[in-house]
Ligand binder design. Structure first.
Ligand SMILES: O=C(CO)COP(=O)(O)O
Length: 140
């Protein structure tokens, strides 16, 4: 079981909901987190439970970024809108930067998201469970 963050910009939320429906059988075995609206949309359309942080523009990306900085988030699925300026662009860039700092897999579009979830399904994220196990103070 790993910790997965699900985030989608407004024009990508339908895509994220469809993704969550399609891969519910995989996602249901993991701890799920999301920004406020994305998390709610997923819960409205699936039987998944998503721990919701703040909405993105109000700091949700930063809250997830804090988990990444602590090395307690294992996979980020962040379907971004490349054609619409976001008021919280610095928060988004900060989150992606922290993923690179910690070497956390991050998908910024649905195609990459599918590849990572298929990798998750076949056990390629087992190494992250070891990170949880051997990191003091982190739930394992
Ligand atoms: O803005 C977001 C990510 O940057 C997403 O936030 P919401 O899921 O609350 O819409």
């Amino acid at each position: 079981m790993i910790d997965i963050a699900l985030i989608a910009h407004d024009r990508k939320k339908d895509e994220m909901v469809n993704f969550a429906i399609a891969y519910e059988h995989v996602l249901k075995h993991h701890r799920l987190y999301g920004t406020g609206t994305t998390g709610q949309r997923i819960m409205d359309s699936t039987s998944l439970t998503v721990h919701r942080f703040m909405s993105g523009p109000l700091g949700g990306d930063q809250q997830i970024g804090a988990r990444v900085a602590e090395n307690t988030m294992d996979l980020i699925l962040f379907f971004r809108d490349p054609l619409m300026a976001q008021p919280h662009e610095p928060d988004i860039i900060a989150l992606l930067r922290l993923c690179d700092v910690q070497g956390i897999p991050v998908a910024t579009n649905v195609a990459t998201g599918e590849l990572l979830v298929k990798a998750l399904e076949r056990g390629d994220f087992a190494w992250r469970e070891l990170v949880h196990k051997y990191k003091p103070g982190i739930e394992g």
